[in-house]
Structure formats: structure tokens, C-alpha cells
Design a protein around this ligand. Structure first.
Ligand code: HEC
Ligand code: HEC
Length: 465
């Protein structure tokens, strides 16, 4: 929404330039400056930029992050063709304006969860297969697939299979896990906004014990819960995703390649469906059924590993200088309890290589990158722990993360986002704060009780992060 209105405003300015150059200054004044300075996002860590080998890996991964996949490795069920399609705001590796997944809940076994996966590759532009271009301009998706929320959608074979396995309805209410309807087991939806990936190498490099210790140090009323997961052969504290689904970038990237792109990897070697195996439509083999589709090259790196190389080396969002208001906001942020969950400083482990997994081909993290990630004090504004947010929970059960449990959203880079909260339900920071419930309610109430000037100061502080 906000983006669109900016576009309209900018077009109006452009027209003015052509028609009446003299009035432009007045017009620009009225608009005021853009609130957020988003320069410097998406850069590699300085130590990576200074190391030719590490920088080469960052750049190779960055390239693959933006390279569209084609059938048959893409899909058959997928949400988009590239990682950057959902992680682009304000630049590669960022969050997204789009709410890309819809989950519905129909019982208390946790899942079924509907993942908004469509086999709509042909609407997405030219397709290549075996190096040859086919459907140069793309095709309307029907009958290969269409967005299942569209009332006119004629489900393709894969979508029919999905519809049989999962319940989907486009007009369900947003899940409120504190409601009587939820307790009675009624269906509801929980949408998902993508998160930004800046600085995640540092997050991965925090020792499990430090997150467990952090939880112990929190006052009982807001104490977080570390989510334990068995991942790549180790029992770890998870920290990635809105429900803390993964402990390592490799494991989370394997979920993303499988669920978002339909690309099978050594870590997630089975397609989510066999509906398109060997099926030819419009003369195209939709899925060859050769899994995994992504395997390590001679250097021990699969595409999956290269995506991790990129994400691990991304530097945190650059902070902006604080003016007087923002400095006041910073004090309020601590005083009213925001900083109890949105922790301003964390420190990485002395030797992250001890627990950062190697590539799928067995290559460990480079000594130089390990050094760059070790003993770093950084400011994610999160504890990466789960909190009981009551009505703000998404209603989804994911392992030990129950329906009301959400990971504290890191606030670094929040100024570059257009929508907030796990489902992007608001584009207004104050509203996002007001919606804090459960363990976040007391702090949100204190925000509400501030004077309008103090609330504005706190928001202006958030916009420097
Ligand atoms: C269709 C949209 C979409 C695509 C394509 C996509 N993502 Fe995401 N990504 C999301 C959403 C939505 C989330 C939040 C998921 C959640 O936590 O439930 C997310 C979260 C993540 C996270 C967790 C970050 C954090 O804050 O802890 C990582 C890592 C990630 N994605 C990597 C990737 C990679 C790598 C690719 C390409 C293989 C990719 N994503 C493609 C939508 C997408
Ligand atoms: C009990 C822990 C806790 C406290 C205290 C808390 N938060 Fe949060 N915050 C969370 C969690 C968990 C989320 C993710 C909620 C969701 O979307 O499901 C979140 C989300 C947010 C978001 C949205 C970020 C995004 O990227 O969408 C903002 C902004 C925010 N908090 C600001 C604040 C401010 C300001 C305060 C103090 C008034 C505060 N929070 C207090 C846990 C907390």
C-alpha cells in the first residue's frame, strides 16, 4: 500500500517536472523527506569484503539467490522462482511486501497447515528446459495451476492433490489462539510475511548456552522459552523463522528451497508431492522425479550451500544516527520493557565453527569467516526466544512452539519494512506495538500510557535501527 502511494506521488512529481519545473521545489517541500534512509543494506560483512575468497563465495551465493529456477527442478509445488522474489525489501536479502503463505488450521494435531504453494510457473515468464527456451513469454497458468485463493481458479492435478490433503478456504478469519472459536477447533488462517536476512550469520554464531542463559536471566513475567530442535545430527537451540524453526542457516535454507521453490537438496531430498512425477503437459516434463535435484559440485557446494554463503556473510542493517527525539526514544524503549525481549546486544561465540555445520559436501566454514563471526557484539533487538503472545500468536503448532508462541521479531532494519508482525497485518509501527498481547501486554500498555510526544520519540528511535 505504502509503496503504491509513493509510486503515485513520485509519478506526479515527474509530471510536474515536465510541466512546471518552477513549482517543483514547493511540491517537494510538501512531500517532506523519505522517513527512512535505507542506504547500505545488503552489503557483505566488512571482513568478507576484505577477503577475496570469502567475497567470491558471497557474490556467487548472491547471484544464485536472485537466479530464477525453471522446471523441472523448480516445483512442482512452489511459491516463487527465486529467493529474492520474497526477500527484496529494501534490497536483496531483505524482507518482502508480500504475504506469501497462507496456513489454515483444521484441528489440534498442529498441522495440517496449508502452505500456499502453486504450480504457476508458466505465468512467471519465459521458461527454459535443457537450455532451450520454451514459452518465451510465459502462459496463463490455467490449467497448469492458478492461485487457489482465486475463485475462478481451476485446480491443476497437483493442486487437486494438495486440496485433497489439506483444507483451504479463502475467507477464513485470522487465527486468534486465545479465542473460544479457536479452542473449539474452528478453521482459521495465519498468513506469513517474509523476514529480512541481514546479519543472520551473527545470529547463527551465538552459542546455544548463551540463549538458554538469556532466558534464565529474564524476569518471569516476560521469560522466553528456548526452542530445542534436532538438526543435522545435533540438539540445538533454534532461532530462525517466526516460530524459531531452525538453528542453522543450512537447515533453514533447506526448508526454504524445498517449500518455497520445490527444489530438492541433500538435506530435504524428497519432493513435497509426487503429483507431477513423469507428467508431461504442453510438451513439458513437469518433474523428472530425480531427487535430490541439487547436489554438491566438485568443490563440495550445492546451490543450497551457496545460498547459505550469501546469507551468512550479510552484514547487519546499518544504524542511523540518533537525533534528540530518538535518544529519548531509546531510553523509553528500555524503561517500558521493550528491551527485555528485544535485546539490544548479543555476543557471538568464541569459535562458531564448533557448531556451524559444514556444507552438504562436507566443507567447513572458512577460518577467516569464522574469525569474522567470532566474539562479535551486535544489535539484533531480539532474544530469539519464544514468547507466549496470547491473541497475537498465529495459531500454528510447530514442534514445541505452540499456537500462541512466537519468536521475538528482531527489530534491526525495521525501518526498511513496509508491513509488520508475522502476517503483515499492519503497516503502522504503533499498531504493531499495541497488538502485543500475553507476555508483551504490560509493555504495550506502558507504550499506550506514554504521551503522544514520547510515543513519537520511541517510534523515531525504532526508525534508526
Ligand atoms: C514465496 C516467498 C519466499 C521465498 C521464495 C523464499 N522465502 Fe525465505 N521466507 C519467507 C517467509 C514467509 C519467511 C518467514 C517464514 C516463517 O518463519 O514462518 C521466510 C524466512 C526465511 C528465513 C528465516 C529468517 C529469519 O528471520 O530467521 C531464511 C533464512 C530464508 N527465508 C531463506 C530463504 C532462501 C535461502 C530462499 C530461497 C531458496 C527463500 N528464503 C525463499 C518467504 C520466502
Ligand atoms: C514479551 C516479549 C516482548 C516484549 C516485552 C515486546 N515485544 Fe515486540 N515483539 C515480540 C514478539 C514475539 C514479536 C513478534 C510478534 C508476531 O508478529 O507474532 C514482536 C514484534 C514486534 C514488532 C514488529 C516487528 C516486525 O518486524 O514485524 C515491533 C515493531 C515490536 N515488537 C516493538 C516492540 C516495542 C516497541 C516494545 C515495547 C513497547 C515491544 N515490542 C515489547 C516480543 C516482545
Amino acid at each position: 500500500m505504502r509503496l503504491r502511494s509513493w509510486f503515485v506521488v513520485l509519478s506526479a512529481v515527474t509530471l510536474l517536472v515536465i510541466a512546471q519545473p518552477a513549482r517543483l521545489a514547493a511540491q517537494a517541500e510538501q512531500l517532506g523527506p523519505l522517513r527512512a534512509d535505507i542506504g547500505g543494506f545488503g552489503q557483505p560483512l566488512p571482513a568478507v569484503a576484505d577477503n577475496a575468497a570469502d567475497l567470491a563465495l558471497f557474490l556467487a551465493g548472491q547471484r544464485l539467490f536472485g537466479t530464477p529456477l525453471s522446471i523441472p527442478v523448480l516445483g512442482p509445488l512452489f511459491n516463487n522462482r527465486t529467493c529474492v522474489a520474497c526477500h527484496f525489501q529494501p534490497t536483496m536479502g531483505g524482507s518482502g511486501e508480500f504475504i506469501s503463505e497462507i496456513h489454515t488450521r483444521s484441528d489440534f494435531s498442529g498441522l495440517p497447515v496449508h502452505t500456499f504453494a502453486v504450480d504457476n510457473m508458466l505465468r512467471a515468464g519465459a521458461q527454459t528446459q535443457s537450455g532451450a527456451a520454451i514459452f518465451r513469454h510465459g502462459l496463463a497458468a490455467v490449467p497448469l495451476g492458478c492461485e487457489i485463493s482465486d475463485p475462478n481458479c481451476r485446480l491443476s492435478p497437483c493442486q487437486q492433490e494438495e486440496a485433497r490433503r489439506k483444507n483451504f478456504s479463502p475467507d477464513l478469519p485470522i487465527c486468534d489462539p486465545s479465542s473460544a472459536a479457536f479452542a473449539a477447533g474452528e478453521n482459521c488462517t495465519a498468513q506469513r510475511q517474509s523476514t529480512n536476512l541481514f546479519g543472520l550469520g551473527l545470529v547463527e554464531a551465538v552459542a546455544d548456552d548463551d540463549l538458554i542463559g538469556l532466558a534464565k536471566s529474564q524476569p518471569p513475567a516476560i521469560r522466553g522459552t528456548p526452542r530445542m530442535v534436532d538438526e543435522l545430527g545435533a540438539r540445538r537451540v533454534a532461532r530462525f523463522g517466526w516460530k524459531a524453526d531452525g538453528a542453522t542457516l543450512r537447515a533453514f535454507a533447506a526448508l526454504a528451497t524445498s517449500n518455497e521453490l520445490g527444489l530438492t537438496t541433500p538435506d530435504a531430498a524428497k519432493e513435497n508431492t509426487a503429483c507431477a512425477d513423469g507428467v508431461v503437459q504442453f510438451g513439458i516434463l513437469l518433474d523428472a522425479g530425480h531427487e535430490p535435484e541439487d547436489t554438491p559440485d566438485a568443490g563440495g557446494r550445492a546451490m543450497l550451500d551457496r545460498l547459505v554463503d550469501f546469507m551468512r556473510s550479510l552484514q547487519p542493517p546499518p544504524r542511523l544516527a540518533e537525533d534528540r527525539g530518538a535518544r529519548r526514544g531509546e531510553r523509553l524503549f528500555a524503561a517500558i520493557g521493550c528491551a527485555g525481549c528485544h535485546i539490544p546486544f548479543l555476543t557471538t561465540a568464541a569459535n562458531p565453527a564448533a557448531f556451524i555445520p559444514p556444507t552438504t559436501g562436507g566443507v567447513p566454514i572458512s577460518a577467516s569467516l569464522n574469525k569474522a563471526l567470532a566474539r562479535q557484539r551486535f544489535s539484533p533487538f531480539s532474544d530469539f526466544l519464544l514468547h507466549d503472545m496470547n491473541s497475537l500468536g498465529d495459531g500454528i503448532t510447530s514442534g514445541s512452539a505452540g499456537p500462541t508462541m512466537m519468536r521475538t521479531a528482531p527489530l534491526w532494519g525495521v525501518r526498511s519494512k513496509v508491513r509488520f508482525l508475522h502476517d503483515g497485518r499492519t503497516d503502522d509501527l504503533s499498531t504493531a506495538i499495541r497488538l502485543h498481547d500475553g507476555q508483551g501486554r504490560d509493555s504495550a500498555q506502558q507504550f499506550e500510557d506514554l504521551s503522544p510526544q514520547d510515543r513519537a520519540a520511541l517510534i523515531s528511535y525504532l526508525e534508526t535501527l
